[in-house]
Write a protein that binds this ligand. Structure first.
Ligand code: ADP
Ligand code: MG
Length: 255
């Protein structure tokens, strides 16, 4: 049975997609079967894993609207054991359409339950919002990873996010927990990065991953080639960092 992990933060540009793709890729390298689920209409995880930016038909939108079986939408990637449930701009209108649907918070949960036994991990890349789609992710997930950019205003919005997680725990998904807080785009030479790390650690304690993700040009280049860092530049400092993170995740989940 797959462990389902959501990569969540309502802020954009904090490294959610980069983390979802590259953590998934290293978990696959560690011989786990991994499904990455793209729930963002930007489709960045989807294009970051597909060289020719193919048009995927059906995609997660069709599945969530009940117009295609989930198995039909899942595709393989250039990496062994790494699979993708793709998204596209179609998803942009989905939240509005979902409002009228019955049990609208549990749509994703029901879909993933149909394929859960085929994978060891299901990693969900979230949109930058605390809307109905993110609520679906929080309802479907066993745990979440929260990437935080080690920059000014990093902590802004964090208490709102934690409140939302607690509300979901009370009402929709009592077993949900925070697997870890991940500092991204970290630069240990700057006071600011160190300050943010101290602040996050004083608030979240051991929940913060020991691994931090440094700024790495290779990490930002890889999606342009439709490749995870495991294929594009595994030995780069970004590659090494995500490899380390994957070990930490394995340890926390499979302890
Ligand atoms: P989100 O999904 O939270 O919006 P992304 O993962 O798309 O964030 O990252 C935002 C931008 O920053 C992207 O262009 C990405 O390539 C880049 N980026 C993410 N993490 C790093 C990093 N550690 N070093 C350098 N660039 C990064
Ligand atoms: Mg993203």
């Amino acid at each position: 049975m797959a462990k389902i992990i959501g990569i969540i933060n309502q802020k954009g540009g904090v490294g959610k997609t980069t983390t979802a793709v590259n953590l998934s890729a290293f978990l696959a390298k560690h011989s786990r079967r991994v499904l990455i689920v793209d729930t963002d209409s930007q489709g960045n995880a989807t294009s970051g894993l597909s060289m020719e930016r193919r048009h995927f038909d059906p995609d997660i939108y069709d599945v969530m609207m009940g117009n295609a079986p989930v198995e039909e939408a899942i595709v393989d990637t250039d990496m062994k054991r790494l699979f993708l449930l793709p998204a596209s701009m179609n998803l942009a209108g989905a939240e509005i359409e979902m409002v009228g649907m019955e049990n609208r918070e549990t749509i994703l949960k029901r879909i993933l339950s149909q394929v859960r036994d085929k994978y060891d991990y299901i990693i969900i890349d979230c949109p930058p919002a605390l809307g109905l789609m993110t609520l679906n992710v929080l309802t479907a997930a066993d745990s979440v990873i929260i990437p935080i950019q080690a920059e000014f205003y990093a902590l802004e919005g964090l208490s709102q996010l934690v409140k939302t997680i607690h509300a979901v725990t009370k009402n929709l998904n009592p077993d949900l927990d925070i697997l870890g807080i991940l500092l991204t785009m970290y630069d240990g030479r700057t006071n600011l990065s160190v300050q943010v790390r101290d602040e996050v650690e004083s608030y979240f304690g051991d929940t913060v991953f020991k691994t931090v993700i440094p700024r790495s040009v290779k990490l930002s280049e890889a999606p342009g080639f439709g490749q995870p860092i495991t294929l594009y530049a595994p030995k780069s400092k970004g590659g090494v960092a995500y490899k380390k993170l994957s070990r930490e995740v394995l340890k926390r989940v499979e302890k």
